[in-house]
Write a protein of this length. Sequence first.
Length: 353
Amino acid sequence: MNVYKAIIKPLLFSLSPESAHHFVFGFIKTIFKLPGASGLFRKTFCLRSNKLERTIFGIHFPNPVGLAAGFDKDAKLFDELSSLGFGFIEVGTVTPKAQAGNDKPRMFRLPSDEALINRMGFNNEGIDAMIRRLKKRNPKIIIGGNIGKNKNTPNEMASDDYENCFRELYNYVDYFAINVSSPNTAGLRELQEKEPLKKILIRLQTLNSKLSADSEKNLSKRKPILLKISPDLSNEALDELVDVCLETNLDGVIATNTTVSRDNLLSSKALVEGCGSGGLSGKPLIKRSTEVIRYISDRAKDKLVIIGVGGIHSPDDAIEKLQAGASLIQLYSGFIYEGPALIKKINQALIRD
């Protein structure tokens, strides 16, 4: 019996999405304080196999299944989550200063579609709080830092916020994800346009080179930088974005963020409209995110690493993303709907494949 789907999920889904999220964090923290809990979870969910291991942009991943940004926004649970079988954890999105995010309610479920709608708005405790926790990290856990700008920072000053986060997090994460594609911060997606995007990426690459050169005895390598992109871009916009990534020597892209589209949903129109604005994630996103992965893979011709995310709810979904051109994948909504067993099932399928 799948305990998560039979017992835990119905309990969690009886709460509001945000309340359920906080409950899960508190529950996991409590459970993992029990002697032997971490080892038990690792024995249950973690798989080790040479077939799962990947070395990508100089980082050795124990398996290609990661947790997408947005779940562990403030780096409070990365140790515990790694015990559920994830090969890497992406924390954030974090901004230089703490901010409350958008007004509640701001997260909604569409159970018929196995989807979520959120308009969280980069709610987080700020870069300093994140660093305090990451200083205690287990160095064996691969952690990506997803960074953004504060809501009140005008777009013309956005590169200052990204640079601030990059500099402060540099010694505490293994790679960076640049989030300019969330639909939940007004005007943020305008930063995906060629000139503002190029400005941000050039500044970060310049800082990347400086920080790696300044590191004690030059032992620290430059940090891989990936751009998280929207699924709502046209092919022409994707072409331009790929060109900018290649011009600025970016390491890769994360495809994709949530969508503002509400097409082809099974949920009632009243339920969907009642949720209001926000980014849609989950099963309805799978086709478009895979299309974007395949398009970028063909366009970039192996010059950009792709992390595939969007609608992965089964091993077949994961394999489809990898076959489309992704080197790594991430879960979010699928993790919520299917539970931690999904991670193990995907890894088992990859071992068999």
